[in-house]
Design a protein around this ligand. Sequence first.
Ligand SMILES: Nc1ncnc2c1ncn2[C@@H]1O[C@H](COP(=O)(O)OP(=O)(O)OP(=O)(O)O)[C@@H](O)[C@H]1O
Length: 340
Amino acid sequence: MIEFKGLEKTFEGKHGTVHALKDINLKVDKGEIYGVVGFSGAGKSTLIRCVNYLEQPTDGNVIVDGSDLTRISTKEIRNIKKKIGMVFQHFNLLNSKTVYANVAMPLILENAPKAKIRERVTELLDFVGLADKEKMYPDQLSGGQKQRIGIARALATRPSILLCDEATSALDPQTTDSILKLLQKINEEYNITILLITHEMSVVREICNRVAVMEDGNVIEEGTVFEIFSTPQTETGRNFVNTVMHTEIPKYVTDMIAADDNVYRINFVDHTAARPFLSQISKKFDVEVNVLFGNITELQGVPFGNLIVTFQGAGQEISGALSYLGDNKIVYSEVNAYAG
Ligand SMILES: Nc1ncnc2c1ncn2[C@@H]1O[C@H](COP(=O)(O)OP(=O)(O)OP(=O)(O)O)[C@@H](O)[C@H]1O
């Protein structure tokens, strides 16, 4: 659906060459919600702008719906761009035009018949829950309402891909939540592939199926949201996960740990959260289990998190308990509590 192959982008600036994208290889499947997360300057905007050719790659390929944008004519690119909608952080609405005219704009530019425009705009305003606002102007709307209008406009030409550039970054948490739910509804009801960029891991946690972490123009890790949240492979990936999962152990907990304690982090993923395995361990082995700290949340409807526990007992019993965890596919790791 969207594929980046060896994608490179450099900018020539006042202070020399900026290498904004370095050998990016990613595939976004049809119908998924794919997140790209990274700090400011990582290259996220440049990457997303290559999909609708607002930026032209310096090297490599961008393949959209089977067509390599770097190898087709300007006219063909224009046709493909019609199948791509874009939602912006600051909405990019025309303040001098009504809500109706803003949503109608892409259809007017296509010279669509008036009756068709009326039908589509009415349908879209209804879909985003703002049917009663068509005669209002953007300045009369809240941020969340403006973004709903921005989304309705992006959907006007029935795109198969929706690009979201920090679509919720200017919104408060509650409004963010409602916009994310709307994006999810769009994905589910219209089967539209969504590629979103964000610096907020909570957005990724909420709606993405897969995620790529970008740093300094590179994709440094990529995987399902579960993979990245449960086993981030890079320091930056871990830091992003920590912004919503708080996997670091608080100092008051490390203060409670004795030097000879056996401390473990047990990850809950999926079905393991529901199992009463800690009480089973106490029953099966001569091990005393103490839960020091827990952080359990929900990841896309599934319990997810980790527990910091100490096991006290003879070495052999502890080994047995750990093997039992492993046999039951429960992910754990030994924690050096003093290192945090
Ligand atoms: N038109 C341009 N000319 C020169 N340099 C650019 C241009 N656009 C982006 N860059 C540089 O490319 C790098 C990546 O920028 P980009 O905007 O893609 O990052 P980002 O991850 O989206 O960050 P942000 O969230 O702050 O927008 C940065 O160093 C930026 O300064």
